[in-house]
Structure formats: C-alpha cells, structure tokens
Design a protein around this ligand. Structure first.
Ligand code: C2E
Ligand code: MG
Ligand code: MG
Length: 748
C-alpha cells in the first residue's frame, strides 16, 4: 500500500465517520421531532375528541330542554289551553314552569306579538309583548313563528340579573302555527363545562365564544387572567396578528382549526370547534404542551441522553479515527523515512523520482558517499557516525532548491535530486557542499577528515548515479563524476557477464590457462598457476579482472573456483594418463569458497574423482583473509594441509598485510605481489627492494617457500635469485597459455 492509497483510505474513513455522525445527528433529530410531533398530534386529537364530547353534552341538554318545551307546546295546543282565557293560560304556564324543569321562565307569545310570562318564583306577567323583549328573544321567537325550534343568543335578563338564553318552539293547531312557547335557561350547562376540572384530563379548559371571538362563557381555568376590558380572545397581545385574521376567516366559514397563543413566554395550543348553534364556538385550550414541565422533561431527557450518546459515539468514532490516523502516520514514517536522520528513505525517493521522470527530464540524480565513513564509524563510534550522518543531512537540506529532494538509503549512501542538468552548475553546487563540509569539519577539529564524493546521472536514475559514484571509488580520486559512455559500456558488459555466467559454466566457456612457475636457480618449470579465461560465443576472451570482481560480489566465484580446481585435476589426470610426470598446479580460491563449510569435502571428492594426490594442488588465498579471523583461517589451513594440500598466500604486499601475520599463519608458500617488481616510480626502488629482501628472508626463516610474481626481465630474475627467492612467475618466462599449449611447451 503506498502513501497515496493510505491517505485516500484516511480521507474515505474521515468522510464515512462524518457521514455516520451526520446520519446519527439527523436520525436523532428525526426521532425526537417525530416523537414530539406524535405527542403534539395526540394532544390535538384529544382536543378534537374532547371538544366534540362537550358539544355533544351541550346538545344533549338542548335536546332535553327543547323536548320538554315541545311537549308543553303539544299539551298547550291539544288541551286547547289557548282558548281557555288568560287566567287559565296563566295557571297552566305557572304550573308548567315548575320545579320539574330547569327553566327560569316560560312565556307564551301569540302571532300578533302579545305575550305573557311566568318567571319561576315571581308573579305572573300577563302583559309581556314580544316587542318589549330582548332582541335575542325576539329573534328566537320569530324563528318559532316560522316553524323552527330555536335557541337564542345569550342576553342579560332584567329579571334574574344574570345571563340567560331562550329556547323557543312553535305551537301547532290544526296544522297551523298559532303562537310560540319560549323558555329561558341559565348558563349553568356552560358554566359546568367552563369550570370543569377534567378538561383535557385536567390539562386544559374550554371557553364558549361567539362571532368575532367574543367570550360568551369564559372558563375560570383560563391561563390568561380575566381582565374586564378583554372581551374577545383577540384582546391583549396573546394571539399573533396573522393568526387573528385566519381565525376570523375560519369562523366566518364555520370551520374548525388549531391555533396557538402565547402567554408568559409559553405557547398554548387551542382548538376552535363550531357548536352549530348561532355562531358559537367551543375553544378548547391545551395547557400541557406549553406548560407542562413533564413533557419538556421527557423530551429534555430523551434529547439530552440521545445527544450524550451521539457525542459519545462521535467521540469514539473520532478517537478511533485519530488512533488509525496516528498508526497510519507512523507506518508512513517507518515506510518512507529514515530512522537515523529523519530524512526520506530510498523507497520514497524512488517514488518521487519516478513521478518526476514522468513529467520532465530536466533533472539529475546524485549519489553521495563518504570514502572513510566505515573508518569513522569504527574509530569514533556509532554515535559520532550518526551525528555525522545527521550533519550531512542538514547540509543536503541547505543545498536543496525548490522541488528538489534527497534521501538516505543506508550507511553513508545518500541520493539527491537536483533540477539542474548543466554539468558545470551541478559540479559547482556539489563542490560547494564539499567545501562547506571540509570547512566545518576542520573547525570542529575532531581529528578526522570527511571525504565526500558524488556520482551524477543527468536525466537518469539512481542506478546510474550509483555506478558513477562507484566509478570514483574504484578508479579515481575525483570528487564528482558523471555517468558517461564508459560506465554505460561497463554496465552493459557487467550485465552480459551476469546474465551469461551460468550458461558459460555449463558449456565449458571458462578455459584453463596455465602460467609456469619457475625454479629461479635453474630455470626449471616447478609448477603452474591456473588462470581462468572466458571464451565468449563470438570467440573473444574475457580476462579475470573483468569478471572476477563481479563474481566475488554475486557469489558465483565459489562455483567457478571449484570448477577451476576440477579443470586442474582433469589436466593432472591427463598428464598422468599420458605418462607425463605431473607438476603441481596452483589454483586461485576466493574468500567465499574458502570459508564454505563443505569446501574441504568438495575438494576431496574431486581428488577422488580424478584419483589425484592432494600434493599436486596448491590453493592460493588472498591476504585479505588474514585480516578477518586468524584463528578460523588457521583452522581451515590445518584441515587442508591435513588432507595433503599446500596453501599459498597470493599477492602478498598488495594490501594491508602485515609481516606479523606471517608468524601466525601456517602457510606453505608466499606469493609476493608483482608490484614489488613492476612499481612505476624509480625513486623508492632501493627501499622497496630492501623490504622485498626482508620479506623473502623472513619467509625463509619461517620455512615458507617464496614465489615472486611479475618477473618480466632477466634482471628481475637475477635480482630475485640474489635475494634468495626460490620461485618466480612472469612474462619473462611465459604469459598464461592454454593448457594444451602449456603441455606441448613444458610437459613433453
Ligand atoms: P593472480 O592470481 O595474482 O595472477 C597473476 C596475474 O598476474 C595474472 O593475471 C597474470 O596474467 C598476471 N601476470 C603474470 N605475470 C605477469 C607479469 O610479468 N607482468 C604482469 N603485468 N602481469 C603478470 P590474470 O590472469 O589476469 O589474473 C588476474 C587475477 O585474477 C589473478 O591474480 C587472480 O587473483 C584472479 N584470478 C584468475 N583466475 C582466477 C580463478 O580461477 N579464480 C579466482 N578466484 N581468481 C582468479
Ligand atoms: Mg594467483
Ligand atoms: Mg597474484
């Protein structure tokens, strides 16, 4: 998973978490508002039902009263009371208005407007013309004259000094209306409703109102105090102006509806239901919704706990997210950053480089290394080594321009991406770094010198930059080297070598060449050194210097060396089979093979296979081995010598060999590097020869045979004899030649 994928995942995760949070929030709000709406609707429904019930209740009372009055009218007509004279009528009405009904008064009106009335508990008034009655009574009675049963509006009666209303029914005789009976009643039934404690289960009250919102009967439970001047529901600031207009409009149409009024910072719902009599309305008010702490508490607790849960869930979600994010960031740090310097690592550099290459070729890749970092690390300790790496990181940081970047790969290997492609410019920038580092190190006075060198590939890649850098390490003292054609060719060759080596080994392309080893005293061939040559498919020869270093690096050398031992054995067998007295053959052995566990056994198997004495094989090892672990090396030499092999140290004096090791190693032979003879500078000849002589003398004392390499002239040979060296190899005698030629030349 790369960095972008991780960032995309993180982004998606964040979006999902926000979505979940949003959904939770929306669903919470939805659930709570649904619950509130349900309760709200329930209350409205209850108000409707309740208003209907009160309406029914009122109607029942009206029906009852109208029925009583109707029955009285029937009796009045059937018993011909209206014919019986004023006294009789007076008596009948007085009787009718008894304690058996709730009427305040009963009156009889004839169609001509004459009337008489009995008011319960007072004297009979036989002169009570309709014209003298209250307007409301007149309207109701006229309706009865027209054949309707009617209920009047409320009016204030002079007789009872209270509000009354009147029922009136027609009196029929022989199919005609001859007059009307009217009976007045107190507002008891309305008062009952208005003062009922059980309206809305105790959480409401009912007003009776007339047209234009006028209070007809006002409930004593009203939340708005009963102020005298407030005669309609619209008085005072309680019902909003817009609602007032709506209500009036609705009342005109005799429809029902829900509205709200505000009082004391609370809002109350009310339901207006037309009564169906006159233009009266029942106004049923709910006090629970606006007023009940209970309902708010429920919603408060519900909402509160839901939001607590929501906050908790969101917190958990975000907490989880932040942990994941942190882990992701740590992963990215581990995956893309170097732990020692905090610089980007190679993986990230390669990623950025490949992105850059897709866009442009106006860049160069620089591989940077220090010549002596290993030495500094070992001598001054890892901590100082790390400090130095961090210091270098800072220097590279300072050198970076816009869109440039760098990384530390491993050890002291850094890569830089510069946006310059001009060699002079690049060189100047890199020289600048070198000078600054040198200056700082000098000032610091730690006693070491930091020698940075750079391989540069213009518009190339890290591999090419590294090759250019390695070119400096192997070939020169330069500090900056650019990847060029030569390196490219070497690279191609190396590629060829590595991709063809296996096949070459199987097809016998590695050939045994032999160079004679001469006994210097008499010039007799005392042995031969096996040197490999690779004959490529096109017949050309590759020399060991071209492929041995590669094989040492990739491990193939171990296989090749054993193969060369086998070639030597085969050659010895051939000589023996042909009756030729064999001479020992020296075979070069790489470090890798020499230290392999099965090494000695593998050699013995070869001896067995070709029936060759181990004494005929000399194994040449490189002096570098002695620098590693003397004890292990001596054990191995022991094993080989016990098996009968001779062990020779090759190229002695070419590296960091010390004469001390000579004492400690149980060598059979010392091959002195040809550099002692072929060195170019003449000035040190004298000294060099003194050392050479001493080495030969010392080896002699230690019973180690000496062989000098690189005898190219007669003088060389003579000098070596004078120094006491026993054997010599060199072009003076012969170059390495094919085994066949060697046999023909030296073995007949
Ligand atoms: P070496 O073992 O020291 O072999 C001697 C090298 O010096 C040979 O080079 C030889 O051709 C060269 N030489 C001999 N006489 C003279 C002289 O008078 N003047 C000069 N200038 N050179 C002389 P060559 O064959 O190119 O081999 C180079 C090195 O490659 C060998 O050095 C040896 O270390 C390595 N090598 C060769 N064959 C093998 C092999 O089969 N296995 C391993 N591991 N290394 C091998
Ligand atoms: Mg050799
Ligand atoms: Mg040598």
């Amino acid at each position: 998973m790369d960095e972008n994928t991780i960032r995309n995942h993180l982004f998606r995760l964040a979006v999902i978490i926000c979505l979940i949070g949003g959904i939770l929030l929306a669903s919470g709000v939805g659930v709570i508002s649904y619950a509130m709406r349900s309760v709200h609707d329930d209350i409205h429904e209850q108000m409707k039902v309740e208003a209907q019930e009160y309406k029914n209740h009122i109607f029942k009372q009206f029906d009852k009263d109208l029925q009583i009055l109707g029955t009285l009218a029937s009796i009045f007509s059937m018993d011909h009371i209206f014919y019986s004279g004023t006294d009789n009528i007076m008596t009948w009405i007085t009787k009718a208005n008894s304690a058996y009904n709730d009427f305040v008064s009963i009156a009889y009106f004839t169609l001509d407007g004459a009337g008489m009335v009995n008011t319960f508990g007072t004297e009979f008034n036989s002169d009570y013309p309709l014209g003298s009655c209250n307007e409301s009574i007149q309207v109701a009675v006229k309706k009865a004259f027209a054949g309707e049963q009617a209920i009047s509006r409320f009016f204030v009666s002079e007789i009872t000094d209270g509000q009354l209303y009147v029922y009136s029914v027609p009196i029929w005789y022989e199919g005609k209306i001859i007059g009307a009976l009217a009976a007045s009643s107190r507002l008891d039934i309305f008062d009952e409703i208005a003062n009922d404690n059980m309206v809305m289960g105790g959480n409401g009250f009912v007003h009776l109102i007339g047209s234009e919102g006028k209070f007809l009967v006002r409930s004593s439970k009203s939340v708005v105090p009963m102020i005298q001047e407030y005669t309609t529901i619209f008085d005072g600031p309680y019902i909003a102006g817009k609602n007032q207009a709506d209500i009036l409009d609705m009342m005109k149409k005799q429809q029902s509806g829900f509205y709200e009024f505000n009082y004391g910072e609370k809002s109350y719902h009310f339901y207006l239901q037309p009564l169906g009599i006159n233009d009266w309305y029942l106004m049923c008010v709910d006090t629970m919704w606006g007023n009940s702490p209970y309902i708010y508490q429920i919603f408060f607790v519900m909402g509160g706990s839901y939001f607590l849960m929501l906050i908790l869930s969101c917190f958990l979600l975000f907490y989880g997210y932040s942990i994941i994010r942190k882990n992701y960031n740590n992963l990215i740090k581990l995956a893309y950053f170097d732990q020692v310097t905090g610089a980007e690592n190679f993986a990230r550099f390669e990623k950025r480089l490949s992105a850059c290459r897709k866009q442009t070729d106006e860049y160069s890749v620089v591989a940077a290394n220090m010549r002596n970092f290993k030495f500094i690390n070992e001598l001054f300790g890892k901590e100082d080594g790390n400090l130095l790496l961090n210091y270098l990181r800072k220097q590279f940081d300072l050198c970076m321009k816009e869109n440039e970047f760098f990384c530390r790969d491993n050890a002291d290997q850094f890569y830089l991406l510069l946006r310059d492609t001009n060699q002079t410019k690049i060189k100047a920038r890199l020289q600048d770094i070198i000078s600054r580092v040198n200056e700082d190190v000098r000032k610091n006075g730690r006693g070491f010198h930091v020698n940075i060198y750079f391989g540069v590939s213009i518009s190339g890649d890290t591999h090419q930059a590294l090759l250019a850098q390695q070119h400096i390490r192997q070939n020169s003292n330069q500090q900056v080297h650019f990847y060029d054609d030569d390196i490219h060719k070497t690279e191609l060759k190396n590629h060829y070598i590595e991709s063809h080596m296996d096949q070459a080994l199987e097809s016998g392309a590695f050939k045994l060449y032999l160079q004679p080893k001469m006994r210097l005293s008499d010039g007799i061939v005392a042995g031969a050194e096996a040197l490999v040559r690779w004959q490529t498919d096109d017949g050309q020869f590759l020399y060991p210097g071209e492929f041995i270093p590669l094989f040492e690096a990739n491990g193939f050398c171990a296989r090749l060396d054993l193969y060369m031992v086998e070639c030597a054995c085969r050659q010895l067998r051939e000589w023996l089979d042909n009756g030729i007295k064999p001479i020992p053959i020296s075979v070069n052995q790489s470090r890798l093979l020499f230290m392999e566990n099965h090494y000695v056994d593998a050699l013995k198997r070869l001896l067995d296979k070709y029936q060759i004495s181990a004494a005929l094989i000399v194994l040449e090892i490189l002096e570098g081995l002695a620098a590693e672990n003397l004890e292990v090396l001596n054990n191995r030499i022991d094993q080989l010598q016990s098996a009968g092999f001779k062990v020779s140290m090759d190229d002695f004096g070419s590296g960091y060999s010390s004469l001390n090791t000579l004492y400690q190693l149980k060598l059979d032979e010392l091959k002195i590097d040809r550099a002692f003879l072929c060195a170019t500078s003449q000035e040190n000849d004298e000294m060099r020869f003194i050392v050479l002589k001493q080495i030969i003398q010392l080896a002699k004392k230690l019973n180690i045979t000496t062989v000098i390499e690189g005898i190219e002239t007669k003088e060389n040979a003579e000098m070596m004899v004078s120094f006491g060296c026993e054997y010599g190899q060199g072009y003076y005698y012969s170059k390495p030649i094919s085994a066949k030629e060697f046999t023909q030349t030296y073995m007949q």
